[in-house]
Design a protein around this ligand. Structure first.
Ligand code: GTP
Ligand code: MG
Length: 201
């Protein structure tokens, strides 16, 4: 398993001029508001409060960059689908995230985070379509697994697989409470950056 020696906040951005200049490979985290993106990053880097989490949806409104081991960068994207966000924030979201996804040349993969209890929304499907059209590798993580029984998990994962039209093997089950799935998520990330010249120490 990957050993996190250092994890540091680099900067927040809304547009390309504000992105970090570094060429390190980036892995971005996307998903609906309040799904648990920031919690997932905190568990991965084993730091309780590197990324701010909240019970209030729409907490993360900027693109936040975090360097890990001075080798690669995790990027917390603002969540989508939060109807109560001010109109100005909702209007900004699409161009902000689409610009990042379509222009960031060192972006290697996007972790798409879904709530095990919900059927993937149109926003989730649109995100997956964007990733496919920009030729970005999706890593699909199904989170909050601690909230369901084994049986419920099985039926929800069938629903998710059907809605997304993906193979069941493509889903990584996760919980920020029990930390199940942490190794699985790292393994997929590692596989994508292992041969990356920019990430070699
Ligand atoms: P925004 O930045 O607002 O888009 O939210 P986010 O996707 O970053 O979610 P965040 O990590 O802030 O978590 C939202 C809420 O869900 C918090 O109350 C977390 O404690 C809770 N949460 C996140 N992951 C899990 C999980 O795996 N299990 C349970 N039970 N709760 C979780
Ligand atoms: Mg967040």
């Amino acid at each position: 398993m990957l050993i996190v020696k250092s994890a540091e906040f680099i900067t927040s951005a809304t547009k390309p001029g504000e992105y970090p200049k570094s060429e390190y490979p980036e892995i971005a985290f996307a998903g609906r508001s309040n799904v648990g993106k920031s919690s997932l990053i905190n568990v991965l880097v084993n730091r309780k409060k590197l990324v701010r989490t909240s019970c209030t949806p729409g907490r993360t409104q900027l693109i936040n960059f975090f360097a890990v081991n001075d080798r690669f960068v995790l990027v917390d994207l603002p969540g989508y689908g939060f109807a109560k966000a001010p109109l100005s924030v909702r209007k900004q979201w699409g161009p902000m995230v689409e610009t990042y996804l379509s222009t960031r040349s060192n972006l290697r993969a996007v972790v798409l985070i879904l709530d095990i209890r919900r059927q993937p929304s149109d926003y989730d499907l649109q995100m997956l379509d964007w990733l496919r059209s920009f030729d970005i590798q999706p890593i699909i993580v199904v989170t909050k697994c601690d909230k369901l029984s084994k049986n419920e998990r099985a039926s929800q994962s069938r629903l998710i697989v059907q809605t997304l039209c993906v193979d069941k093997d493509e889903l990584t089950f996760f919980s920020a409470i029990s930390r199940e799935g942490t190794d699985g998520v790292w393994r997929r990330i590692e596989r994508l950056i292992a041969n990356d010249p920019a990430a070699v120490e």
